[in-house]
Design a protein around this ligand. Structure first.
Ligand code: NAP
Length: 249
């Protein structure tokens, strides 16, 4: 891997943390972005370093363009290169019907999940694209099965934000296909992380697992394996793909 650098937004907990751990094992120097929980990010960096890996925690809200610019500049300063980028940071909100949603809720959802992801992709492309003198790279966007299912009665806004991620993946993949960059998405089903509690449903995994084809939720590690595969040279002819990691859901 010889010093390749991987940046993961929302890399400090849940699926992002599993991607950082697996990325470090694969030989990447890992940049762990987080929004506010410094302790979790620092603990992950310490864990990676204890396993002889190299990692750096960088605070930044992907809902802020200024924070995104500062995050990518921190990567430039620390390593001077970017080989792999994962658009993982994403939020859900409280369970609600569309006829109960405020404009403020929708604007926050789209700012973080959609605008933030596209702005981060812009900054990654500027560093990776041969058009800008870069040496190429690979981008993986974390979507959701919600994009296919629509999440009625729960969070249609979130589902729509992930539909946008799928479309962005297809378009950007084609846009930069001749510039050394592959762009793919991983679309997890219900995965056992703290995101459900953050949306006010800490029992969501336990409540829904019997309705899933495998009668269990996925793990963050199972999602991370798919991400590392798509980032790797083994996936050299795969771009614009949306890989379901949803246990058949
Ligand atoms: P999680 O356990 O809630 O972890 C969220 C991570 O993202 C934390 O590192 C958090 O940092 C960070 N974060 C939150 N808001 C951020 C922001 N505005 N800017 C930068 N970082 C931010 O989430 P997860 O379940 O791992 O989800 C990761 C991705 O997978 C999301 O895009 C989610 O939509 C998608 N997904 C999850 C599931 C699931 O069932 N878990 C299913 C399908 C798709 P702090 O610790 O500082 O808050």
């Amino acid at each position: 891997m010889s010093g390749k650098v991987l940046l993961v937004t929302g890399g400090s907990r849940g699926i992002g943390a599993a991607i950082c751990r697996l990325g470090s094992k694969a030989g990447y120097r890992v940049v762990v972005n987080y929004a506010s929980n410094k302790a979790a990010a620092d603990a992950l960096v310490a864990e990676i370093e204890a396993a002889a890996g190299e990692a750096l925690a960088v605070k930044g809200d992907v809902g802020s363009e200024a924070d995104i610019m500062a995050m990518f500049e921190a990567v430039d300063r620390a390593y001077g290169r970017l080989d792999a980028f994962v658009n993982n940071a994403g939020i859900v909100d409280a369970k609600a019907r569309v006829d109960e949603m405020s404009a403020a809720r929708l604007e926050r959802m789209m700012r973080i999940n959609v605008v933030g992801s596209i702005l981060c992709a812009r900054e990654a492309v500027k560093r990776m694209s041969t058009r800008y003198g870069g040496s190429g790279g690979s981008i993986v966007n974390i979507s959701s099965a919600a994009a296919r299912l629509g999440s009625p009665g729960e969070y249609v806004d979130y589902a729509a934000s992930k539909g946008a991620i799928d479309t962005m993946t297809i378009g950007l993949a084609r846009e930069v296909a001749l510039e050394g960059i592959r762009v793919n998405a991983v679309s997890p089903g219900i995965t056992d992380t703290e995101i459900h509690a953050s949306g006010g449903q800490p029992d969501r995994v336990a409540r829904m697992q019997d309705m899933l084809p495998m009668k269990r939720a996925g793990t963050a590690e199972e999602v991370a394996s798919a991400v590392l595969y798509l980032l790797s040279d083994e996936a050299s002819y795969i771009t614009g793909a949306i890989l379901n990691v949803s246990g058949g859901r």
